[in-house]
Design a protein around this ligand. Structure first.
Ligand SMILES: NC(=O)c1ccc[n+]([C@@H]2O[C@H](COP(=O)([O-])OP(=O)(O)OC[C@H]3O[C@@H](n4cnc5c(N)ncnc54)[C@H](O)[C@@H]3O)[C@@H](O)[C@H]2O)c1
Length: 254
């Protein structure tokens, strides 16, 4: 077993995922970078100058049951441990009101956000049980807490992820495994750009000013989300289990 702690990050070449990788590397973890294809991951490694001795490129579709099983098996053979799992991979799908919302789109969103997150958790938990410790952080969203228009698939999938995190926390807290959720508001990534573009196509004029940011009045930078994720994986949060940490700049204040 290696000395450094090991963290798996899914969606690792994405806007938020790549900042999470950076944060865990800075905190002396070795990081397994999971994303759809190796070119995308290699590009992120190159662009961010991640230390190649401390990251592994793991091209894997998290919706593919066999791929996830053999991917986790390879990671365990190499490292012998998994200290943290961050499920940042997610898609928003296309946007529409319910009557026009395609069922195919709905299923695809669930496949990645809900089923993919489940498969990762299911395969990692037995490894964490063996070492009697581990932290899992899943990605909800404020869309999984309010019924925002045009995203019935995305919003309800994030509601499911928040619920699933509570179940994991309940079932495995006694085994030394904590599971929490981070729910961002707007985050300055290409997913946010895509959403604004979709709003424009749906006929919303000036969507940049139509969306609400909360009292901080700007979107989060991905680093601000990565800091919250790291907090939930370190000893400073040792008694936080089954929580949904909202990182939204005050967007959902009632
Ligand atoms: N950006 C925002 O405003 C925002 C707000 C709330 C929640 N979130 C959530 O934060 C997480 C990260 O979002 P982001 O903004 O970095 O998005 P992003 O699109 O930049 O990154 C998502 C990454 O997930 C990967 N991915 C998609 N499907 C996959 C699959 N089947 N297998 C493996 N990898 C897959 C993509 O290739 C991509 O690199 C997501 O779960 C998202 O829903 C984002």
């Amino acid at each position: 077993m290696i000395e450094n702690k090991v963290c798996i990050v899914t969606g690792a070449s994405g806007g938020i995922g790549s900042r999470i990788v950076e944060k865990f590397l800075a905190e002396n973890y070795d990081v397994v970078m999971v994303d759809l294809n190796s070119e995308k991951i290699e590009e992120a490694v190159e662009k961010n100058r991640f230390d190649r001795n401390r990251v592994i490129v793991c091209a894997m579709d998290i919706t593919n049951e066999n791929a996830v099983e053999s991917g986790i098996h390879d990671i365990v053979s190499r490292y012998g441990r998994i200290d943290a799992l961050v499920n940042a991979a997610g898609i928003c799908g296309s946007y529409d009101q319910i009557v026009e919302y395609s069922f195919e789109n709905f299923k695809k969103v669930y496949e990645v956000n809900v089923f993919g997150t489940f498969l990762m958790i299911q395969n990692v938990i037995p490894v964490m049980i063996r070492t009697a410790k581990g932290c899992i952080v899943n990605f909800g969203s404020v869309s999984g807490m309010r019924g925002y228009s045009f995203e019935v698939g995305y919003g309800s999938s994030k509601w499911a992820v928040i619920g699933m995190s509570e179940t994991v926390a309940n079932e495995y807290g006694s085994e030394g495994i904590r599971c929490n959720c981070v729910s961002p508001g707007w985050v300055n990534t290409c997913m946010m750009e895509k959403t604004i573009e979709n709003y424009r196509k749906l006929g919303i004029e000036d969507p940049e000013n139509w969306i609400t940011y909360g009292s901080i009045r700007r979107p989060a930078e991905p680093e601000e989300i990565a800091n919250a994720v790291y907090f939930l994986c370190c000893d400073q949060s040792s008694y936080i289990n089954g929580a949904n940490i909202v990182v939204d700049g005050g967007m959902t204040i009632k």
